[in-house]
Design a binder for this molecule. Structure first.
Ligand code: FAD
Length: 384
């Protein structure tokens, strides 16, 4: 194999390039990046850059020898064994799709997806600025949190009945509602915004989620998920055309563990999936990508972490009490072998998360009575 083209210069693209060299690929690696900046990390955008704390967000490319990084060079078309850009058509022996997702925007509203977005928004978040955030999902909550910390007058409009409504059941999402009030943020649940101008805000930010950036692949013959346009890949992250793999926010992979297709638009997936996809591309191994999904969010001075998959037949059990300053909630399901932990959400309890994630990865069973006792370490509640 002589040349591999990575399309996308985000975390998944960077990890793909790293994995190619780590797995002894010594051919040409071309990375096509639509942005004008070298690859960088997105979580610090809402947690640091928005607050004027400019953490080092760029990845260290120095370990990736000979990486041919082409900035401002979006891929326009995928054909069999080739990619087209504005500069022409390039042949490739392997193609790694790591195009991520684009923020869903609204006319007249800003979004937060890129480093540039964050730097521009930072300028607008001055003390006393009137800020409207549309959507109380992960990004909306983190933007509201940063804006409040910057001294802005913040209102969050959420069409659903609770914050984080697409990710969590209503009663759990509502546990975060007091954080808004404590930060001086006016949280308006059940309010859909139809007219941005009528909000009378200095800045309006849309936190409406993101969609896989795969519009350019529509006529490529590649299988795309009808619902959201994600690249459909198997458990080895192989797409439907030969020698094409995809990972990160743009891909929906077949999860052997959960027997369903998953698209997890979070950092941990973009970090770990590329090495598996690369191994498949180089025919090194046939290990599937089969993680227990994981993500976190920092908002209003709290750290929320989630791991697992909320199976429909799982019931919720609370570890400790959600009236306490820290808590964890588990989703458990009965199996013929015993009780299984399907997922966990923790508030400021990182150790619970780590131990539960390890247990889920190992497929351990738990004793629910011990699990709900917040003083018992999660690992001591395991029965196998
Ligand atoms: P991206 O990071 O989106 O990178 C894809 C790149 O491909 C982009 O640079 C894009 O411009 C480029 N591209 C698109 N189309 C083309 C094309 N045709 N040709 C060439 N290049 C193209 N996750 C967590 O788990 N916890 C967090 O706290 C958290 N915080 C976040 C905060 C913010 C503000 C954002 C935006 C995301 C956050 N995430 C968080 C999510 C996490 O950052 C993403 O899941 C991760 O960045 C996905 O990486 P990716 O490489 O798949 O996609």
């Amino acid at each position: 194999m002589q040349r591999i083209i990575i399309v996308g210069g985000g975390l998944a693209g960077f990890e793909a390039a790293r994995a190619l060299r780590q797995q002894q690929f010594d051919g040409e690696i071309i990375m096509l990046a639509a942005e004008s900046e070298p690859p960088y990390d997105r979580p610090p955008l809402s947690k640091g850059v928005l607050l004027g704390r400019e953490p080092s967000v760029h990845f260290d490319l120095s370990s990736i020898t000979g990486l041919d990084l082409r900035l401002d060079q979006p891929a326009r078309r995928l054909g069999p064994g080739e990619i087209e850009t504005d500069d022409g058509v390039m042949a490739a022996d392997g193609i790694f799709l790591a195009v991520g997702a684009d923020a869903i925007s609204l006319p007249g509203a800003a979004t937060l997806r890129t480093h540039d977005d964050a730097q521009q928004l930072f300028q607008l978040l001055y003390p006393g600025a009137v800020v409207a955030v549309i959507g109380a999902g992960w990004i909306g909550a983190e933007v509201a949190s940063a804006a409040a910390e910057a001294g802005c007058m913040v209102t969050v409009y959420e069409a659903m009945d609770s914050p984080l409504a697409t990710a969590l059941p209503t009663d759990l999402g509502l546990l975060t509602a007091p954080w808004y009030e404590q930060a001086g943020v006016d949280l308006r649940l059940g309010e859909r915004v139809d007219d941005i101008a009528a909000l009378g805000a200095d800045v309006v930010v849309a936190g409406l989620g993101a969609r896989p950036a795969t519009g350019w692949l529509r006529d490529s013959g590649l299988d795309l998920q009808q619902r959201d346009g994600a690249v459909v890949v198997d458990e080895y992250l192989r797409a439907s055309l030969p020698m094409v793999v995809a990972a990160g926010d743009c891909a929906a992979w077949w999860s052997t563990r959960y027997q369903r297709r998953l698209r997890v638009e979070h950092w941990d997936t973009a970090l770990h999936a590329p090495a598996v996809a690369v191994a498949g591309l180089l025919a090194k191994t046939d290990e599937p990508y089969d993680p227990v999904p994981y993500f976190w969010s920092d908002q209003f001075g709290h750290n929320l972490q989630f791991a697992g998959y909320r199976a429909d037949d799982a019931r919720i059990v609370v570890r400790g009490s959600t009236n306490e300053a820290t808590w964890a909630v588990g989703w458990v399901r009965d199996t013929p072998q015993g009780c299984e932990l399907a997922a966990i959400l923790t508030l400021d309890r990182p150790r619970d998360l780590t131990q539960a994630r390890r247990a889920m990865t190992a497929g351990s069973l738990i004793d629910v009575e011990r699990f709900v006792d917040a003083d018992t370490p999660v690992k001591s509640a395991l029965v196998s």
